[in-house]
Ligand binder design. Structure first.
Ligand SMILES: [Cu+2]
Length: 130
């Protein structure tokens, strides 16, 4: 095998491995014509600092759809106390409709992700942080 071919094969495999990166569904929620899915490497969200993926798809055909600016506000209801606020920074990726989020959840348990997107749309996902 020529060296050139070998290198291009290796690079190809590397790219394939990076882009494939099996993400597992954490939670999915439908809001009318949009279906929003939270994904992560492990299929769960951790207590503390986390990276996860948000995908927006048309409910009808399941195709990824760019929804413009996305905002995620994680909130935990605390019995007898004011709600606990987490944070999440959302950025776009090279794939329209797929967003990368860096979250910070200060406690394990049930969080509500208040998601705002597009033209004044909103939905809420329940996510259990482990
Ligand atoms: Cu809490």
């Amino acid at each position: 095998m020529s060296e050139k071919l070998w290198i291009s094969l290796s690079v190809g495999l590397l790219l394939f491995a990076c882009t494939k990166g099996e993400m597992k569904t954490v939670q999915t929620q439908q809001a009318g014509e949009y279906t929003v899915t939270v994904l992560s490497d492990s299929g769960s969200i951790k207590n503390g600092a986390n990276d996860f993926i948000l995908e927006f798809r048309k409910t009808g055909d399941g195709q990824l759809v760019d929804v413009g600016t996305v905002d995620v506000a994680p909130i935990m209801d605390m019995p007898g106390m004011s709600p606990m606020m987490g944070s999440a920074t959302v950025t776009t990726t090279d794939t329209p409709g797929r967003y990368r989020a860096t979250g910070s959840l200060s406690m394990a348990g049930l969080w509500k992700f208040n998601v705002k997107f597009g033209d004044g749309r909103a939905l809420r996902l329940s996510v259990n942080a482990k």
